[in-house]
Design a binder for this molecule. Structure first.
Ligand code: SAM
Ligand code: DTB
Ligand code: SF4
Length: 332
């Protein structure tokens, strides 16, 4: 299938607003034409530096200015991080994503330690991902040299809605970081959140920006807001599962080769709802009892879901020309 980077807003709007069952069917067809629909990537997140962030992202429990229950923690010891990565690998994850509550990466000892962590996880044969805030091109190159496979930096919402959510950096800052990641030949992971009080037009706008980047992100996380007490968005109403499905299905149709990740919000979805998301083209999840600071479904429940829905975990480095590492038999 031809991968297009010239989608118009109107085309995306038509897809997004098509009757839901048609949309699921169409997205499921695109998914099957381009990917193995039984295969789902299992990723594990770890917050390596938690809380105390200077930014004002209205959804985020880690922003220092909001009073949430998140405990501030300095950068974890490298050994502890590598132990967690090993645990994740043993339980069947093939991608390990380390998150830091930083506005941006600084060239200091903590960054050197993150580079060591990246090296260590890469040597274990997992796809290593980081999400550390804004990056310069030089910093992206250093991460690449250390063995970084992917970098997560979300657009979060549309350009128009962005300033309602974050004032401490701009949409263009976000796009610059994505460009720096791309030019260091690191796999790009970028998506957003629904349930921030945005309009459907904003959701379509975000999908339009992602799908008209010079190259589509290799992975597109779709998060439902996890409203956290103490943040400005604590009272936001829950998004319906149909909205999540519309986002996933539209992302699948316009970015057929991307991994579409059913990310935050799974804890409030039952197996049937998640099955519809997989039907609509989601092919990646975060596993493990915690996302960064908020709960995620039990590993045992997820393993049962994989069995019931006949899903199989995707091997590490499958997007590469050759699969370099063997799959460790996990219980997934
Ligand atoms: N500080 C870095 C940054 O902002 O890029 C990395 C960590 S940040 C927590 C990573 C992403 O998590 C955010 O861009 C946002 O999309 C997502 N996120 C944070 N809090 C969330 C929440 N309450 N619900 C859903 N997604 C959330
Ligand atoms: C993404 O899109 N979702 C993940 C990951 N990328 C870093 C983070 C979700 C965070 C949810 C709130 C929390 O646990 O703190
Ligand atoms: Fe900081 Fe990232 Fe949270 Fe924004 S999303 S407050 S940058 S940790």
């Amino acid at each position: 299938m031809e991968v297009r980077n010239d989608w118009t807003r109107q085309e995306i709007e038509e897809i997004y607003n098509s009757p839901i069952l048609d949309l699921i069917y169409k997205a499921g067809t695109v998914h099957r034409d381009n990917n193995d629909a039984q295969e789902v990537q299992v990723c594990t997140l770890l917050s390596v530096k938690t809380g105390g962030c200077p930014e004002d992202c209205a959804y985020c429990p880690q922003a220092a200015r909001y009073h949430t229950d998140v405990e501030v923690h300095k950068l974890l010891p490298t050994e502890e991080v590598l132990d967690k990565a090993k645990e994740a690998k043993d339980s069947g994850s093939t991608r390990f994503c380390m998150g830091a509550a930083w506005r941006e990466v600084r060239d200091n000892k903590d960054f050197d330690r993150v580079l060591d962590m990246v090296k260590g996880v890469n040597e274990m044969g997992m796809e290593v991902c980081c999400t550390l805030g804004m990056l310069t091109e030089q910093q992206a190159l250093k991460l690449k040299e250390a063995g970084l496979y992917a970098y997560n930096h979300n657009l979060d919402t549309s350009e128009e809605h962005y300033e309602e959510i974050i004032s401490t950096r701009t949409y263009d800052d976000r796009l610059d970081t994505l460009e720096n990641v791309r030019s260091a030949k690191i796999s790009v992971c970028s998506g957003g959140i629904i349930g921030l009080g945005e309009s459907e037009g904003d959701r379509i706008g975000m999908l339009h920006t992602l799908s008209t980047l010079p190259e589509h992100p290799e992975s597109v996380p779709v998060n439902a807001l996890v409203p956290v007490e103490g943040t400005p968005l604590e009272e936001q109403p829950r998004v319906s599962v149909w909205e999540m499905i519309r986002m996933i299905a539209t992302a699948r149709i316009i970015m057929p080769m991307a991994m579409v990740r059913l990310s935050a919000g799974r804890v409030r979805m039952n197996m049937e709802e998640q099955a519809l998301c997989f039907m609509a083209g989601a092919n990646s999840i975060f596993a493990g009892d915690k996302l960064l600071t908020t709960p995620n479904p039990d590993t045992v429940e997820d393993k049962e879901m994989f069995q019931t829905l006949n899903l199989k975990p995707r091997q590490a480095f499958k997007g590469e020309a050759s699969v370099k590492f063997e799959q460790i038999p996990g219980a997934f």
